[in-house]
Structure formats: structure tokens, C-alpha cells
Design a protein around this ligand. Structure first.
Ligand SMILES: Cc1ncc(COP(=O)(O)O)c(C=O)c1O
Length: 454
């Protein structure tokens, strides 16, 4: 019998995070101060983030040591399992060997606590007692609530309105871990109130919720802002995923030809892919595929440009693939992928053709999710289902080319709080959004006049 699970012992937890910046052929361009157009420095960021995270944000070191206190917290759910998807392979009749790394075993159910516990730890060590954040799908909000509970910090979560309505039990989970959660746009901040006045029925977006959390943190000395994706230090913390997967693929006696992940802001994708990109940059041949929703096609249809990370233009200017900071994606069920931008490190690597991207419509993604649930058993989060779909596409392409390929994807979370989305899929009421070119052009007008990357 061929093995299904490849497991590591706690003693094999990675002791360092991997920093892809040290190996990138072209460095990511600097984040700019919107007032001066100059690169932002540590002092500009200090009101929002602890110094250790700011240093990690700009670090060029190839590896950053993980403090023992964080390693100890990681042992609550890490190392996570890596599976060979034998039953899925058989169901689709592919010659491809499909593996997946499963991050849904963490208490909040996704990869997000890999950075949440690190961020809570550094904030606490530097004297902050409260964190403010946004959440799209509710996965990040629950991960930060969980981390703050473990470390004894207060936590306020601005949850995108559409997810707040679609996923009441994510809210309950956030509250179970002692955090406060409000629907965004909310009445609690100036930018929330302004958005509600202009669009009383706004479904919200990650861009709006980020504005609210940043405004909250900037207005209080006891509070720092915490972001669940996009930033360099967040991607850095997630690299425990790919480092474990490298060791587990070795246990399986295999190495991936294709590495696949879904991309919202980019953190789970980077977490798996960056340690493999290190191998690719060193000369190994690997196809690295980022999967996104057709309703929010940041990498496949957005521009590489300087843009704000939030809707109210409170953040610095970030060099990234973007659809424009006031783009409000249609309320698809993969709430965690509804972000107008993507991590600068991923954007640069796409620009350098080390990563490629594909976009899928949600009915196709849910069909793959249901197939996966019916063969492998795990009900995937709608975000993660984009990676399943991407892996199945890669398997099909390999079969068509007459090649046997090894495919590894990141199953970033479970979908136990997303069953309303599955109900909509079964009822045939999920709409496939064909984002028209006029809307993309309109949204991109928001970045006219901003600096252009080199
Ligand atoms: C399960 C899951 N996967 C993926 C994502 C997308 O985020 P990122 O691109 O930062 O991994 C989210 C975001 O909420 C998520 O909850």
C-alpha cells in the first residue's frame, strides 16, 4: 500500500523563517510615503507596528530565527500534515501525482495563525496591549483573536460586511476567543461612517476594513495595527509551511514539478511557494502557479503599479499588482480573495516570470471543492478550493501533454464555516462574475497620477 500521510515530529519544526528577498533576481521596489514620494522609513511605520516587525519587513537576511516562545505556540498545531491525494487522483483518472499540505488543522482552521501568533508575540514584547485588524473571510480575524487570547492582548476586528452576514459563526468564534468584532464599514471610525454615508448598502471590502483598522490603531497609543497578508513580514512567517513541505516531499521520495496556491493578499501562497522558489532560483525547474478568482483578478488583469493598500488612502504606496484601491470586488464566497492588491514580493516575482497566475470562476471552483470533499474527505475553504482547481487544471494539462507530473498545492484551510456557500452552489444560485473591461479600466483610474514603479 502506498502511503497517504507524511508527518513530521515536533522536533522537526523549522527553527527559522525563510526570506525570499535575499534570493530575488530583482529586488522589490520600496514602499513610498504618499506625501513626499520618498521610501518610508522605520519611523513612519512605528505608530502602527512594533520595531521587530518593521525590521523584518526590510530585512535582506536569508533567514530569521524564530523565537522559542513562538515555536512553543506553533507546537499547538505544527508541523501540519502533507497528504498524497490518491483518491482524488483515481477519481479524475490522472497520471499526475498530487500532494497537498493541509493548514486547516490549526485551531482557527487555516494558515493564518502562523503569522498571528508571531505578530501578537512581538507586539506584546514591545508593550502594546491591543491590536486592531480587518478580516475578509473571518479566517484572519479568528486567527488573530486566537493569538491575542493566548498572549493576553485585546483585539478588535473589522469584518467585511458581506462575510459578517454570510458567516455568523466566524463571528462567534472570534468572540469565543475574547475579541470584539464589528461589520465593516462600521460606525466606529471616520472612514467607516463616510463610506456608509456614500454607500449605505456597501458589502464592504478588505480595502475599506483595512482603512478602519489603520485609523483605529493610529488613534490609540496602546494599539498596533495587524495585517494578515500582503506585507513582507507576514509572508516571511508563513514560510514554515513550505519548509515543512520540502522535508515531507523528501519523505515521500518526490519533488514537485508544479507548486500551486490560491492568492488573496498572497500569504498562504508565499508560505508554500517561497521555499520552493529558493530551489527554482538555484536552478531547479518548477512551475509555480498562483490561483485567483475571476471576480478579483489582481494578478491576471491588474496593473503593476504604486497604489494604496486601503480604500481611504491611509497606507503608504505599495508597488504591487492592483485593480485600484477603490475597486470593490463582487461579493463572491471566497471572501479572503476579495482584495484589490497583492503582496509586493509576489508581484515582483510574477513580473520576473518566476510565478505565473490563472483566474477561475466560482462555480468551477466549487465543483472541484465538492469533488475534493467527496474523495479526500476534507471540506475545503472556498479560498483554498481555488488551489484545488488549479492543481486539477495542472494535472489535466500534464495528461494532455502526455507527461507524468508531480503537483503540490496548499490546502490553506477548511470550510466548516462556509457551508452557506456550499448551499448556494448546490441551489444553483452562485453567480459567475464576468468582470468587464470597462469596470477594470474605471477602477484603475484611481491610480492615475500616483508614482510609477521603475
Ligand atoms: C483559508 C484561506 N485561504 C487563503 C486566504 C487568502 O489569503 P492569503 O492570500 O493571504 O493567503 C484566506 C484569507 O482569508 C483564507 O482564509
Amino acid at each position: 500500500m502506498e502511503r497517504t500521510k507524511f508527518l513530521l515530529d515536533e522536533s522537526q519544526l523549522p527553527r527559522r523563517w525563510y526570506n525570499v528577498r535575499a534570493d530575488m533576481p530583482n529586488p522589490a521596489q520600496p514602499v513610498l510615503h504618499p506625501g513626499t514620494g520618498e521610501p518610508v522609513g522605520p519611523d513612519d511605520l512605528a505608530p502602527l507596528f512594533p520595531m521587530e516587525l518593521i525590521l523584518q519587513e526590510v530585512s535582506e537576511e536569508p533567514e530569521v530565527a524564530i523565537p522559542d516562545e513562538i515555536l512553543e505556540l506553533y507546537t499547538l498545531w505544527r508541523p501540519t500534515p502533507l497528504y498524497r491525494a490518491h483518491r482524488l487522483e483515481r477519481a479524475v483518472g490522472t497520471r499526475a501525482r498530487i500532494f497537498y499540505k493541509y493548514e486547516g488543522v490549526s485551531p482557527p482552521g487555516s494558515h493564518k495563525p502562523n503569522t498571528a501568533v508571531a505578530q501578537a508575540f512581538y507586539n506584546k514584547r514591545e508593550g502594546r496591549t491591543r491590536l486592531a485588524t480587518e478580516t475578509g473571510a473571518g479566517q484572519w480575524g479568528s486567527a488573530l483573536a486566537f493569538a491575542c487570547k493566548l498572549l493576553g492582548l485585546e483585539c478588535k476586528v473589522y469584518m467585511v460586511r458581506i462575510s459578517y452576514d454570510q458567516k455568523p459563526f466566524r463571528r462567534s468564534l472570534i468572540e469565543t476567543w475574547g475579541a470584539t468584532v464589528v461589520a465593516s464599514p462600521s460606525e466606529d471610525t471616520q472612514c467607516g461612517r463616510a463610506t456608509l454615508e456614500a454607500y449605505p448598502d456597501s458589502p464592504g471590502s478588505l480595502g475599506i476594513a483595512i482603512s478602519e483598522a489603520v485609523e483605529d490603531a493610529a488613534g490609540r497609543d496602546d494599539t498596533a495595527y495587524s495585517l494578515g497578508s500582503v506585507l513582507n513580514h507576514v509572508l516571511l512567517h508563513q514560510t514554515v509551511i513550505g519548509q515543512e513541505a520540502l522535508a515531507q516531499m523528501e519523505l515521500a521520495g518526490a519533488f514537485p514539478d508544479v507548486v500551486v496556491g490560491c492568492v488573496g493578499g498572497g500569504s498562504n501562497f508565499a508560505g508554500l511557494a517561497f521555499p520552493f522558489l529558493r530551489e527554482k532560483i538555484a536552478g531547479r525547474e518548477i512551475d509555480v502557479l498562483a490561483c485567483e478568482p475571476a471576480a478579483c483578478p489582481t494578478l491576471t488583469r491588474g496593473l503593476f503599479a504604486y497604489d494604496f493598500g486601503d480604500t481611504s488612502k491611509l497606507t503608504p504606496l505599495v508597488p504591487m499588482h492592483t485593480l485600484g484601491h477603490d475597486f470593490v470586488p463582487a461579493p463572491i464566497h471566497a471572501g479572503g480573495l476579495r482584495y484589490h492588491g497583492v503582496a509586493p514580493l509576489i508581484s515582483q516575482l510574477v513580473r520576473d516570470e518566476l510565478i505565473r497566475a490563472e483566474a477561475y470562476v466560482q462555480n468551477d471552483v466549487f465543483a472541484s471543492a465538492v469533488l475534493f470533499a467527496g474523495t479526500e474527505g476534507i471540506v475545503p475553504a472556498p479560498e483554498s478550493a481555488h488551489a484545488i482547481h488549479g492543481a486539477l487544471e495542472a494535472a489535466r494539462q500534464a495528461d494532455d501533454a502526455g507527461e507524468q507530473r508531480t503537483i503540490l498545492f496548499n490546502l490553506s484551510g477548511h470550510g466548516h464555516f462556509d457551508m452557506a456557500a456550499y448551499d448556494s452552489y448546490f441551489a444553483g444560485t452562485l453567480v459567475d462574475i464576468a468582470l468587464d473591461e470597462d469596470e477594470v479600466e474605471r477602477a484603475l483610474r484611481a491610480i492615475e497620477g500616483l508614482p510609477t514603479p521603475a
